[in-house]
Ligand binder design. Structure first.
Ligand code: NAG
Ligand code: NAG
Ligand code: NAG
Length: 573
């Protein structure tokens, strides 16, 4: 019951030629420095020496600060407000009870939104005020619709649909320009899945209205989209570059729109972007620096990452392969190239906890490694697990288990049980071992004694310790449960849910939490609730405690905002 049934289709092994050039041996920074140094006159060299000396002093000061506050941060000085106590002490044990608890959390957050921010983009859940950061079409409402439907909150769903039916996506407040990618994944994605669930045709009309209003984004010299559109003028805002996640995470939504409307233009236009990037020159096979030059179509600069700005570009390779009934072999090839290179260059493990694997980031040339694991990157284990089933790659499932373990520990090892934005690891160099592919600057900054806490945890925290109600770890936990059937994942998900309830729940909804190492409670609330909390975090939790047949992974593929799309019936008409 737990594992998704896989249609064992033979994998087509196509011959493909590798267009990417071999990595040229770069001059190392040491020899570069040596050759440049004596070009400076004496005075300049002296000034440089002084600068280095000061930098050294700063570093020493830093080490002392670290010793004084071993795990960073000063002790809490704020007034401590005790965390909320659950009114009844009954502990939910069964799936049914846990599901009910998640549904109650959704109801609570929706109620606050409805009361204080209905139709606005976001509720500010501490002050009970609202904002219109996303153009004023009510992104929280649109993003939450399919979650309401899936949790059988039908009255709430109906009220939401009624509101959406009266919106006009061709008009925004004067001067506002719509972020293309965010609008596609949250609003177009949300309306398409809400339509497939309810078959309320008003939702499809509105989905098409958004899709059409944003199509001008593709009106560029290469067809690679501009990142923002002025819907009032019906034109995109010209820009020189866009990141690959923004250019490459609209395809699934436009494909679904083509399927549902019978108009192939949406899919064809979005597909051209993938073809172009697929053929673009890369520093390493399957790895894409995040910035694309819109005018030339070249991958110009930026880091290589499975975290922010890169993430969903890779995610959509396997998801489009699944969505297209495994008939677009291009996606299988692209996915396998990327994952093979990621495993070769970007996966490391903690030197203190050998069980703790993570995916770090690389620089644009794929030669320098940055040892940090972003919470955003925690979608990777779920993706690997899906890919392992669909493409019969059992090793990927092992790696997925290891990476999910790390994502869980990001929550489990903080005082609140909430995860920070990212965690950092120590390079081998810090241990006196040399390593060729590491980030010099990063090594400098982490050159400090490991605290006992770091040795126990396996990682240390960076300056950003916020938890902004992100879903990625729970997404992977839900998929891992469905694919392995291991009940441990349900316990992990439940533990995280309880931390979310305990620390982020405000009287009217849930709030992002400023510092997950602080148990100061409500003084850490930042008065923000992004729409993905309702669209993704609570939905994945609910599905974790639902039977595996409910929105089965055999029938649905989730867009990057957790909107379930039915897998296509026929890939090619
Ligand atoms: C916000 O709304 C909730 C629920 O209605 C209420 O309990 C709380 O006091 C309100 N907070 C403020 C700051 O008005
Ligand atoms: C970490 O996990 C263990 C085992 O699941 C649990 O006993 C412990 O309470 C967790 N820590 C936190 C902070 O949630
Ligand atoms: C941490 O990162 C989040 C998400 O990128 C951001 O919204 C927040 O402002 C950052 N917080 C701090 C303290 O830097």
């Amino acid at each position: 019951m737990e594992s998704i049934a896989v249609n064992h289709k033979p994998i087509v092994h196509v011959d493909y030629t590798d267009n990417s050039p071999l990595l040229t041996k770069r001059q190392t920074w040491r020899s570069l420095l040596r050759s440049k140094w004596y070009r400076f006159d004496r005075l300049t060299r002296g000034l440089f020496c002084l600068m280095f000396l000061m930098l050294g002093c700063a570093l020493i000061a830093r080490i002392f600060i670290e010793i004084e506050y071993p795990f960073g941060g000063k002790p809490d000085s704020q007034v401590t407000i005790p965390p909320r106590q659950d009114s009844d002490n009954h502990v939910a044990q069964t799936d049914k009870e846990r599901r009910k608890a998640v549904r109650a959390a959704m109801k609570h957050a929706w109620q606050g939104y409805r009361q204080y921010a209905f139709g606005k983009d976001e509720l500010q859940p501490v002050t009970n005020t609202s904002n219109n950061k996303w153009g004023g079409w009510g992104v929280t409402l649109i993003d939450a619709l399919d979650t309401l439907h899936l949790m059988e909150l039908h009255e709430e769903f109906k009220e939401g649909v009624h509101h959406v039916a009266n919106l006009d996506f061709t008009k925004a407040k004067a001067g506002y320009t719509t972020p293309f990618f965010e609008m596609i994944i949250r609003s177009l994605g949300g309306l398409l899945s809400a339509y497939e669930m309810s078959l309320d045709v008003r939702l499809l009309h509105k989905a098409r209205e958004i899709g059409d209003a944003l199509m001008p984004a593709f009106d560029t010299p290469t067809g690679i989209p501009y990142p923002r559109v002025d819907v009032n003028k019906g034109k995109a805002v010209p820009a020189s570059r866009v990141c690959i996640a923004e250019a490459g995470t609209v395809q699934l939504e436009y494909w679904k729109l083509s399927e549902l409307t019978g108009n192939p233009v949406y899919h064809e236009t979005a597909q051209k972007v993938v073809d172009l990037l697929d053929n673009a020159e890369k520093p390493y096979k399957g790895l894409y620096p995040i910035w694309v030059d819109i005018n030339s179509g070249k991958l110009t600069s930026g880091s290589i990452t499975f975290g922010g700005m890169g993430d969903s570009w890779y995610e959509y390779m396997i998801k489009q392969y699944i969505y297209s009934r495994r008939e677009y072999d291009q996606y299988r090839r692209m996915y396998e190239e990327s994952i093979d290179s990621m495993k070769e260059l970007m996966v490391r493990r903690s030197i203190y906890d050998p069980e703790m694997y993570y995916v770090g980031d690389l620089d644009a040339t794929a030669t320098k490694f940055s040892p940090r694991y972003q919470h955003l990157t925690c979608f990777v284990p779920g993706m690997l697990a899906l890919g392992s089933k669909v493409l019969d790659r059992p090793d990927d499932l092992e790696l997925a288990k290891q990476l999910t373990y790390t994502c869980f520990q990001m929550y489990n090892r903080t005082a609140t049980g909430l995860s920070p934005e990212y965690i950092q690891f120590r390079n081998k160099r810090d241990q006196g071992l040399s390593e060729s592919t590491e980030n010099g600057m990063f090594a400098l900054l982490s050159l400090r004694k490991a605290s006992e806490k770091e040795k126990e945890d396996g990682f240390y925290l960076g300056p950003n310790r916020s938890y902004i109600l992100r879903p990625e770890a729970l997404e992977s936990i839900m998929i891992m449960y469905r694919i392995t059937g291991d009940k441990m994942y349900k316990e992990w998900g439940w533990q995280i849910f309880q931390a979310i309830e305990k620390w982020t729940k405000t009287p009217s909804a849930n709030s992002a939490y400023h510092d997950v190492t602080s148990t100061a409670g409500s003084s850490q609330w930042t008065d923000s609730m992004e729409s993905f909390f309702l669209a993704e975090t609570l939905k994945y939790l609910y599905l974790l405690f639902s039977p595996a047949e409910y929105y089965s992974l055999d029938e649905y593929v989730f867009n990057t905002e957790a909107h379930p799309f039915k897998i296509m019936r026929h890939a090619r008409p």
